[in-house]
Design a protein around this ligand. Structure first.
Ligand code: AMP
Ligand code: GLY
Length: 420
């Protein structure tokens, strides 16, 4: 079987690795991939906005199934486009992808179907926003409506901070913004809950806890994710039932009512407040770095699960997991999530020898003349699975020390809530 993978991050390298474990795979193509995927797949340099050239390549190479990793092509309708040419593709269609593409779409759906979420208001101008901000209590959360790689969210403790956020969003920091969202601040603990869908049924796909802030102790700016552990310390069967019945099922009903079905991964970002789940956001894909953290624990062949989803046969497939604990630390380029240096040589990668329970997934890397350079903000993901989180983290830290890369930084405290 030939598999295509769209994307170039750590998530896509982890997907590529999992797919390559199956003995049914003849060839994997990554569009465009990174220096890590290059070792197990053919990297195809292609503009992800050019749907036609992606389609032409898939047809030319007779790729059997294509997995879409990142949100942008999903929100832009790549799945709908490829399906018009009878191409088998794993990921949600354009309407379903609005769950991530428009925070306001999701909030309105929550309102209509009684899905627990933070109270909110939608504002269409700076003036009406300022008026509202003068009357309310802080903290509050201000969000840009559109995709912003996890950066369009401001937690504001006073009017001045809220005014800066409002101005930045309306002045176009995250693209053309005609509306902003103001939410009640929920105090609780976050959890990422994953499900996989075939359009008719769905199954859970494990849980994780991301670390979004750039600095240790959860301080500093929001990032795409600095590390994660899986499973989340919060999950239990009672909470899982609540998440499914109060949040996921009504969401699927909402999509069905507008004529859409969900196929692909669904990432439910939750705040757990006193054992009750509140929806913070949906993402229409696996999380990054949650994917890198979760997939190494998967015991069932990943290609089998993906095909079952594309064929609407997920109910015939059992998904089995290792009970081990998994932890992931992301090594980033100095400066991330603000301006960071590009094309920095990573020298010691060959000094790292991975044991069977250890994984190294590339993200923003590129190979030039047999040497590997950092070209993105998040560069490498070190993962270890073990009996306990502490052992996993120690093994990772040893590997990162061996790398000894002067151009990078990372958080040593990933998993601090589950490691004493
Ligand atoms: P989002 O992009 O919507 O996931 O928001 C990014 C981060 O902001 C979340 O992971 C939370 O840490 C935080 N956040 C978002 N909305 C809220 C809220 N209503 N209350 C508290 N924290 C929030
Ligand atoms: N780790 C957060 C995300 O993938 O959006």
């Amino acid at each position: 079987m030939k598999v295509g993978i769209i994307g170039s991050g750590g998530r896509e390298h982890a997907i590529c690795q999992s797919i390559s474990n199956s003995n049914k795979i003849d060839e994997i193509f990554c569009f465009p991939g990174n220096a890590g995927t290059e070792n197990i797949a053919k990297n195809i340099k292609i503009d992800l906005e050019n749907f036609e050239s992606i389609k032409n390549y898939i047809l030319k190479k007779k790729i059997d199934v294509t997995i879409v990793g990142p949100e942008k092509p999903l929100v832009d309708g790549l799945v709908d486009y490829l399906e018009k040419f009878q191409i088998k593709v794993f990921g949600p269609n354009k309407i379903a992808a609005k769950l991530e593409g428009s925070k306001i779409f999701t909030k309105e759906l929550c309102q209509k179907y009684n899905i627990p979420t933070a109270k909110f208001g939608i504002f269409r101008s700076k003036v009406s926003t300022y008026e509202y901000l003068k009357k309310i209590k802080f903290p509050i959360v201000i969000k840009a409506d559109n995709l912003a790689s996890g950066k369009g969210v401001y937690i504001c403790n006073n009017f001045i901070e809220a005014k800066i956020a409002t101005d930045e969003i309306f002045d176009g920091k995250f693209g053309d913004a005609k509306k902003i969202l103001i939410e009640e601040f929920l105090k609780g603990e976050e959890m990422s809950f994953f499900t996989i869908h075939d359009g008719k049924t769905f199954k859970t796909f494990n849980t994780a806890q991301d670390h979004k802030r750039v600095s240790e102790g959860d301080k500093g700016k929001n990032t795409g994710g600095m590390g994660a552990y899986s499973p989340s310390r919060l999950i239990n069967s009672k909470l899982e039932t609540k998440i499914i019945n109060k949040i996921i099922r009504p969401t699927l009903k909402g999509l069905a009512d507008i004529g859409s079905q969900y196929k692909g991964f669904l990432y439910t970002g939750l705040m757990i407040v006193k054992d009750e789940p509140f929806l913070i956001e949906y993402n229409v894909r696996m999380g990054d770095p949650e994917c890198q953290t979760i997939l190494p624990k998967l015991l069932t062949n990943f290609d089998k699960i993906i095909l079952a989803c594309c064929d609407g046969k997920l109910n015939e497939t059992d998904i089995k997991w290792s009970n081990k604990k998994s932890l992931c630390i992301v090594v980033c380029s100095e400066g991330y999530p603000e301006k960071f240096n590009k094309n920095i040589l990573i020298e010691n990668l060959n000094k790292i020898e991975l044991a069977n329970n250890e994984f190294l997934f590339h993200a923003g890397t590129e190979k030039k003349n047999k040497r590997i350079y950092a070209v993105g903000g998040r560069v490498l993901n070190f993962v270890s699975i073990s009996e306990d989180f502490s052992k996993a983290r120690n093994e990772i830290l040893k590997n990162i020390n061996k790398l000894n890369w002067s151009g990078g930084f990372y958080r040593k405290d990933i998993g601090y809530k589950v490691i004493k």
